[in-house]
Write a protein that binds this ligand. Structure first.
Ligand code: ARG
Length: 288
């Protein structure tokens, strides 16, 4: 069963802006109301993931570290090994120790074997910039706005896996998970303008045309590419009917969750989760 780490939003807020979606001014007009909505949105996401067949581990947040609600950025977990993130912006650097402690707690409970740190000075923002593709047995890695250009090769060595390096070309789509989503049956849903020309041609080289789905600017702005797929169910922020229909044609059912308070920080469903149970070798390709 897929297991997801989520972080409780008790200390969530939008109090700074490190990406173009973040609106601290909007948040501070009605902080209590936004927090109440965030709690509701968080519960709906949890319920949707459970209904889709996921298992949930919830960690508490830490006061002063509002973006901990995006655990996809806290690290990369493959084969029971956690590689702790190193954040580009000082506003998030306190999360490194916090996520390290969460992973160490999981190791103490027997859920993980190893907790590893990145080399000093190498920025890497976790699974937000490293997406496992079980169909192709490789990880798609993003770099540029947040993760360093050298991070992908380091990830390949630490986990002994194949990777594809994709440079992110815009500030809006600053993590790979905002513009790239791998579905369990091999389709790749992505937003081409977020990538360099070279990145787009790399994607087209690795994924056959019949399995590539392009997101529209609206899909991307609604954070619908930032989705979590469990077998035939895709959990995402509110999509257009057109997008739901496109997925239905390919045999996927979209479960939509209202995530507006988190979109106000530039995040959606995928980055509010961290998959804990991914295995890079000897996986059964017919089950998730
Ligand atoms: N406010 C957070 C940041 O800018 C949002 C992170 C969303 N995470 C993601 N993997 N897309 O870092």
């Amino acid at each position: 069963m897929p297991t997801y780490l989520l972080v409780d939003p008790a200390h969530y807020e939008v109090s700074y802006a490190i990406n173009p979606w973040m609106k601290p001014g909007t948040w501070s007009e009605h902080p209590e109301r936004h927090l109440a909505e965030a709690r509701t949105a968080f519960s709906s996401l949890k319920r949707a993931l459970r209904e889709a067949g996921g298992d949930i581990e919830t960690a508490p947040g830490v006061p002063g570290l509002p973006d901990m609600v995006f655990p996809a950025n806290g690290g990369i977990v493959f084969d029971r090994k956690a590689l702790v993130a190193s954040f580009r912006h000082p506003q998030r650097q306190g999360e490194e120790a916090a996520f390290r402690a969460v992973f160490q707690g999981m190791r103490d409970r027997g859920l993980l074997d190893e907790v590893i740190d990145l080399p000093q000075g190498m920025f890497q923002e976790g699974a937000g910039d490293c997406i496992w593709d079980r169909t192709r047995s490789l990880a798609w890695t993003g770099f540029g706005p947040r993760s360093a250009a050298g991070a992908p090769d380091h990830i390949a060595r630490v986990f002994d896996i194949d990777i594809v390096r994709l440079e992110l070309a815009t500030e809006q789509f600053y993590h790979l998970d905002t513009c790239f989503c791998v579905l369990p049956h091999g389709e790749v849903f992505f937003y081409p303008p977020a990538f360099t020309r070279e990145g787009v041609s790399l994607i087209r080289d690795v994924v056959s045309a019949d399995r590539l789905m392009e997101a529209s600017a609206e899909d991307a702005a609604r954070f619908c590419v930032n989705a979590v797929a469990v077998d035939r169910t895709i959990v995402m922020a509110e999509p257009t009917q057109r997008l739901k229909d496109r997925f239905a044609e390919r045999g996927y059912m979209v479960k939509e969750v209202g995530l507006a308070p988190f979109i106000l920080s530039g995040g959606g469903a995928y980055c509010m989760t961290l998959r804990m149970d991914l295995v890079t070798r000897g996986t059964d390709h017919d089950t998730d």
